[in-house]
Design a protein around this ligand. Structure first.
Ligand code: NI
Length: 171
């Protein structure tokens, strides 16, 4: 296993929808293993392939931070089937190190995806699980959490990032 480099915004790959995964082979398994390793090391609860510079539709997540094996999930070619309700909570992103800001999301999300063997399954998640699945599925669609903020908040965050860039504290 190997740690992968996480790309930070505004890398173009983060703004580009990923390509569907069509090959469920050893290389994919290896990528997923490395993504888990990278996510746990960061540490984070979700990581999409575009965030390690791979323009494909898949992500890994574990809202338990490695404590509960059942929460270790890989979703390949994810598709949001249904959403319900609202939640507002602090959100971060490994491609925006140090930025945490409230983002409104659905309270519940049902997402259909394929596993490492190409078999379809569904995850019906609430609260943090829903937030994480929606955030990561957005990554697969070339959308970052900045795009989900109010325009005022977005400008504040961009200004903060510009300041960090100027002082060499970004990337
Ligand atoms: Ni993210």
């Amino acid at each position: 296993m190997a740690l992968l480099d996480i790309v930070t915004w505004p890398a173009p790959v983060l703004d580009t929808p990923g390509d569907p995964v069509t090959e469920f082979d050893e290389r994919l398994k290896q990528l997923v293993n490395n993504m888990f390793e990278t996510m746990y090391a960061a540490p984070g609860v979700g990581l999409a392939a575009v965030q390690v510079g791979v323009a494909k539709r898949l992500f890994v997540m574990d809202c338990s931070g490695g404590k509960d094996p059942e929460q270790r999930l890989v979703l390949i070619n994810p598709e949001v089937l249904a959403i319900e309700g609202n939640q507002n909570g602090e959100e971060g992103c490994l491609s925006f190190p140090g930025i945490f800001t409230p983002v409104e999301r659905s309270l519940r999300a049902v997402v259909r995806a394929q596993d490492l063997n190409g078999n379809e399954f569904e995850v019906d998640g609430m609260e943090l699980t829903a937030r994480c699945m929606l955030h990561e599925t957005d990554h697969c669609d070339g959308i970052v959490f900045l795009d989900k903020m109010s325009s005022i908040k977005r400008e504040l965050v961009k200004r903060k990032i510009r300041k960090l860039q100027k002082t060499g504290k970004w990337n």
